[in-house]
Ligand binder design. Sequence first.
Ligand SMILES: [Zn+2]
Length: 236
Amino acid sequence: MPDSLPEILDRIDAAQPAALARLSELLRIPSISTDPAHAADCRAAADWLVAELDTLGFDASIRETAGHPMVVAHGGEGARHVLFCGHYDVQPADPLELWETPPFEPVIGASAIRARGASDDKGQLMTFLEACCAWIDVTGKLPCRITVLLEGEEESGSPALVPFLEAHAEELRAEIALVCDTGLYDGQVPAIVTQLRGLQGEEVTITGPNSDLHSGAYGGGDEPGARAYPHSGPAA
Ligand SMILES: [Zn+2]
């Protein structure tokens, strides 16, 4: 733990109103990746993040994909290289009538921020950027080399992510990857999540017999028994 950590934490507390204003700006962009009508909003969110990362001194850029663009940013220096991953797209907001306040007009309450994407994943990714901001403010630089990768299709199955990672493996290779797409233990207790489930899709084709078979003779574990009734007609 660096000696300056208490000062960095104080800095985060002092800068919270400005941090909440920045988060609110991002939350107002309806970056719904599954709805083509919001493609321009997804790009606006990516542009907003590039500008934000630029302000922090990162070398940030939009990277085109077949779908919504990636945001990639490099900052800091040193032997240690951390890859930080998050996403700027959000789930659709309908059914709209079930919202007590409009989904893209953030409401900052005593214990929660209500807006689509506040807890998945704009709040989390801005937490990291604000931590970087406070660290730079206090120490003058980032603690290590940091690459930020923010995708815009996490809520649509990330079709471009694996091809993008493969195409930019050298640029993105790091000792540790921080994935911020997680939650708190409860409203007051932060959590460090060490493992996440993967996602696997499979199509299974099952082929059965072309006629009824006697359940006592077929389909059991005892294969030789199946051969006791070698006829292929309806079961008795
Ligand atoms: Zn997420």
